[in-house]
Design a protein around this ligand. Structure first.
Ligand SMILES: [Zn+2]
Length: 284
């Protein structure tokens, strides 16, 4: 089989490729695919290296127990150019009166995304920010208008960049692996949704018992006690009287995440417009 170098164009991730290209030419399909994916993977690793820990928000999903990382708008600005991400056909800023509180407003801006490295296109993306957000506190008049508009534009660029680079939902383990031996540390990332007090921030899971009725111990018929996560151990419910359980009986332990997921979800209230445009951990 001929070497992939016979047609170096095929190794570029931005050159469209079909199954026909891979199977009808005198090339090794695995070799071509590996070269294409390797360049994308290398760019991803270098992009993560280029960011600061504070460019990332961590968000924790209490039900699944998973912690994800989200590259904030400010981090997207840092890596957009080197990732070949372009924003095209940027529309006019649209100002929306929110009405609550009086005078509150939001700016929305739309644009198309293009990734020169992968050739991927993302049409009609919307970005937006609301004047009611914490970071605009204390600003008024033209100053506030300008800041919200700029943040809305940064949000459009951020959304496009995250979507086209896959840096909107990165496992903690990937950041840790890439940052090993560097100045960056996951502990310095911004703790966003799903993180509460100090204990919750170190374990990633709340120490407080979740707001659902606990399971009942089948041996003693008393409510189970919530045990928060420690280290790698996930939170669970156990029985305080376990020593009094019949000899030889199986330990009674209920996985907290699974239990919570089985309980009736709280009533869902419609989100205000300003919240619809927020993403996990977004605050700047
Ligand atoms: Zn019991």
């Amino acid at each position: 089989m001929a070497d992939a170098a016979d047609d170096p164009e095929l190794e570029r991730p931005d050159v469209p490729i079909t199954l026909m290209d891979l199977t009808t030419r005198p090339i090794d399909p695995a070799d071509i695919l590996e070269k294409r994916y390797t360049s994308v993977a290398t760019l991803r690793r270098l992009s993560i290296l280029l960011t600061y820990a504070t460019d990332w928000s961590l968000y924790h999903d209490v039900v699944s127990g998973r912690t994800g990382c989200y590259l904030r708008d400010v981090g997207c600005q840092r890596i957009r150019g080197t990732n070949g991400v372009e924003i095209e056909n940027i529309g006019d800023m649209e100002r929306i009166e929110l009405g609550d509180p009086p005078g509150a407003f939001m700016y929305i801006v739309r644009g198309d995304g293009f990734n020169k490295v992968t050739g991927e296109r993302l049409p009609r993306v919307e970005g937006g920010r609301a004047s009611t957000e914490e970071i605009f506190k204390g600003k008024t008049g033209a100053d506030l208008e300008l800041d919200v508009r700029q943040a809305a534009f940064a949000n459009l660029c951020g959304r496009i960049t995250r979507a086209l680079t896959g840096l909107g939902d990165v496992p903690v383990s990937e950041l840790e692996a890439v940052w090993k031996g560097t100045r960056n540390n996951v502990a310095d990332c911004i703790k966003a949704r799903g993180f509460g007090g100090v204990d919750e921030r170190t374990t990633g899971v709340s120490d407080k018992a979740p707001n659902v009725a606990p399971p009942i111990c089948p041996f003693c018929n008393v409510p189970g006690v919530y045990r928060p996560a420690r280290g790698d151990r996930q939170p669970f419910y156990g029985c305080q009287n376990w020593k009094a359980h019949p000899k030889g009986s199986k330990a009674w332990i209920v996985d907290a995440a699974k239990w919570i997921a089985q309980q009736a979800p709280p009533p869902v209230e419609p989100l205000p417009v300003s919240e619809v445009f927020r993403e996990p951990g977004q605050e700047g």
